[in-house]
Design a protein around this ligand. Structure first.
Ligand code: GNR
Ligand code: NI
Length: 167
């Protein structure tokens, strides 16, 4: 297993659109294991392959209290959503920034699991938010892009300053 490097906003590679996975093989399963290890170590409740500079449609999440319920989804797609909810979000690629984002309250997603079997997930609460946040990453979108241009430029400056100081 390995802990992978997480790209930091405003890295342009975070805007790459990930490609669908054609075959769920041992390479994909190894990627999932390493992503899970990276997510738990961070710690975070989700991670998209985009964030570790792998541009394949793979996400991992664990919103359980005991961090023992890993969900790995391949080629996830939201097929239905309802309600609207505003919730404070953070992102491992945007450390130290927490802002409210409006998203669907409940979503139904389809995907493949680690064995390549189709799965369907009905999610609400943090899991619903997380699925939407992670699929955005696969589409090259970071949550700060929902904020005003002024907030985005302040966040960029804050992270650039932090990176200069910690080099
Ligand atoms: O760890 C994370 N917490 C979180 C909190 C509120 C809304 C979304 C998230 S996802 C984030 C991990 C991450 O960056 N995933 O891409
Ligand atoms: Ni994120």
């Amino acid at each position: 297993m390995a802990i992978l490097t997480i790209l930091r906003y405003p890295d342009p590679r975070l805007h790459t659109i990930a490609s669908p996975v054609a075959h769920v093989d041992d390479g994909i399963r190894a990627l999932i294991r390493n992503m899970a290890e990276t997510m738990y170590a961070a710690p975070g409740v989700g991670l998209a392959a985009t964030q570790v500079n792998v541009h394949k449609r793979v996400i991992v999440m664990d919103v359980s209290e005991n961090h023992d319920q890993l969900i790995a989804l391949i080629n996830p797609e939201i097929i239905a959503s309802e309600g609207v909810e505003e919730h404070e979000e953070g992102c491992l690629s945007v450390p130290g920034v927490f802002e409210k984002v409006r998203r669907a309250e409940r979503v139904t997603a389809t995907a493949l699991d680690m064995n390549g079997e189709p799965v369907k997930i009905d999610a609400d609460g943090l899991l619903a938010i997380c699925i939407q946040h992670e699929i955005d990453h696969l589409n090259g979108k970071v949550f700060v892009e929902y904020l005003s241009q002024l907030k985005q430029s302040r966040i960029k400056n804050k992270l650039k300053k932090h990176q200069r100081e910690t080099l």
